[in-house]
Design a protein. Structure first.
Ligand SMILES: [Zn+2]
Ligand SMILES: [Zn+2]
Length: 105
C-alpha cells in the first residue's frame, strides 16, 4: 500500500481504501486476514485460483500456498458436515496458517 500511495500522490489513503472496498463488494478483490490492523487485499480466487496463506505473526508478511487436492477434499467434507450441523450453506472456505517467517525467526 505505501507504493500505491507514492505513485498516486493525488489519492488520499482513505480514498484508496474506499476504492478497495468497492472492488471488494464487486467481488474483484478480497481482504486477506492479517495479524495487525493493516488491511491486505488480493485478487479474488476467481482470478488467481483457490489457495491458502501463511501469515507471519511478527511482521505480517503473507505468502500463498496450495493444499493438495486430496486434503482440500477432506477439508471440504469436514466443513460440509459442520455446515449441516449448523444449518449453514457452505460456499467456500479460508484457511490461514499462522507462524513466524524466516526473517523474523
Ligand atoms: Zn515475518
Ligand atoms: Zn482450500
Amino acid at each position: 500500500m505505501p507504493e500505491l500511495r507514492k505513485h498516486r500522490g493525488r489519492l488520499t489513503q482513505s480514498s484508496i481504501y474506499r476504492n478497495l472496498g468497492d472492488l471488494e463488494q464487486a467481488g474483484i478483490v478480497r481482504r486477506v486476514a492479517g495479524h495487525d490492523d493493516h488491511a491486505r487485499y488480493e485478487l479474488d480466487e476467481y482470478f488467481i485460483g483457490h489457495h491458502h496463506h501463511l501469515i507471519c505473526v511478527k511482521c505480517g508478511r503473507v505468502s500463498d500456498f496450495v493444499v493438495p487436492h486430496e486434503a482440500e477434499r477432506t477439508l471440504n467434507a469436514t466443513l460440509k458436515k459442520a455446515a449441516k450441523v449448523g444449518k449453514f450453506r457452505l460456499t467456500g472456505h479460508r484457511l490461514d496458517a499462522l507462524g513466524v517467517c524466516v526473517s523474523c525467526a
